[in-house]
Write a protein that binds this ligand. Sequence first.
Ligand SMILES: *[C@@H]1O[C@H](CO)[C@@H](O)[C@H](O)[C@H]1NC(C)=O
Ligand SMILES: *[C@@H]1O[C@H](CO)[C@@H](O)[C@H](O)[C@H]1NC(C)=O
Ligand SMILES: *[C@@H]1O[C@H](CO)[C@@H](O)[C@H](O)[C@H]1NC(C)=O
Ligand SMILES: *[C@@H]1O[C@H](CO)[C@@H](O)[C@H](O)[C@H]1NC(C)=O
Length: 344
Amino acid sequence: MAAKRFAACFLRLVLISRLVAYSFSLPLNWRSLNLIKKVNRKGPYIGLITVFPPEETAFFQIGAFKPNQKHPFVDLSGRRFLVGKIHDKKVVYVRCGVGMMNAAAATQQMLDLFDILGIVHFGIAGNANNSLSIGDVTIPQQFSHTGIWDWLNPNRSLNYDEANLDFKRYNVPRGDNLLGHIGFSYEQFFSEYGKANTARPLFWANTTRQWLQVAANLKGIKLNQCLNSSVCLPQKPRLVVGLRGSTANIFVDNAAYRDFLFQTFRVSSVDMESSAVVMTSLSNGFPVIVIRGLSDLAGGQSGHNSIDTFGSLAAINACKVVVQFIKQLHLDTREPGFPRSIHP
Ligand SMILES: *[C@@H]1O[C@H](CO)[C@@H](O)[C@H](O)[C@H]1NC(C)=O
Ligand SMILES: *[C@@H]1O[C@H](CO)[C@@H](O)[C@H](O)[C@H]1NC(C)=O
Ligand SMILES: *[C@@H]1O[C@H](CO)[C@@H](O)[C@H](O)[C@H]1NC(C)=O
Ligand SMILES: *[C@@H]1O[C@H](CO)[C@@H](O)[C@H](O)[C@H]1NC(C)=O
């Protein structure tokens, strides 16, 4: 009898431990979802997304972020979403990781699960425009994804694409090679406001006009010119609002390709995430802005790429603009036409 009871008790224990183990291994574990529910009760929040550790270091270094004491973070899919405030504005911050896949996944998760008003994406970028300088901060009006390619044979004609890159023209010594050409193609854009299950082609994704107008008022902002007491940029960095940016899963450190991007698409910056964050935000019907500090010339330099030297300064300058932008945002009322996501 005692043995039987012991066996039943043991079985129950095994079952419970299995259940607990299972609940911890659920794709989105219930503890995180429960926590998000509590966090959302204190919302809404501005969603902040940056990319990699040097940008995160700059974000903490400027000291504007005050973590929430009660619920400082939520872990989801291996990323840590920090909850806190900048000035009097509530924010949820995440570092998404390099590349468009990470950027889109983190953005979608932020919008789906948290009570979010809109997305402020920030970090560093390569400078493709010779009229801009390292240390400047750009807040583009439009982004293109310049990595959706049709790679075709030399004899194929390209009359349906946005632009055409002929590799054979870059051949040294002269003479055609067999690499043919690349046609720059469109994204398939699904939207909350479009016809269901129907994508439309999209090359330029616009950031949110009302937020650009707020950003335009920050143009005189004082940005860092010196890394330390001995290393300074030759001129005062400035904020430029309303140019174009490009994104692809390509780290551009090549002068010829940089020139091609500038000449063909009139883009002033190149990065690896922005267009994914913008497109995902727009798809879901949320406002979005991108704030990037220029850290290097994307291959246009002579000698070393300056990202190692001036990356941290560019990241700090971007963060300074982010903080001022958030300070200037009026969030008393949700802007008309900006819907909310469905929350757990
Ligand atoms: C185009 O080039 C490919 C590879 O060089 C060749 O196999 C093909 O026959 C050519 N097509 C036409 C239409 O010329
Ligand atoms: C995006 O902005 C451009 C330039 O201001 C404008 O011509 C275009 O119509 C806008 N696209 C959409 C979908 O609003
Ligand atoms: C300033 O930064 C440069 C580049 O990182 C470094 O080589 C130099 O030692 C620093 N100088 C001082 C005074 O900290
Ligand atoms: C390059 O940057 C300058 C300085 O901000 C700007 O006036 C110009 O319009 C930019 N070029 C393009 C093609 O956007």
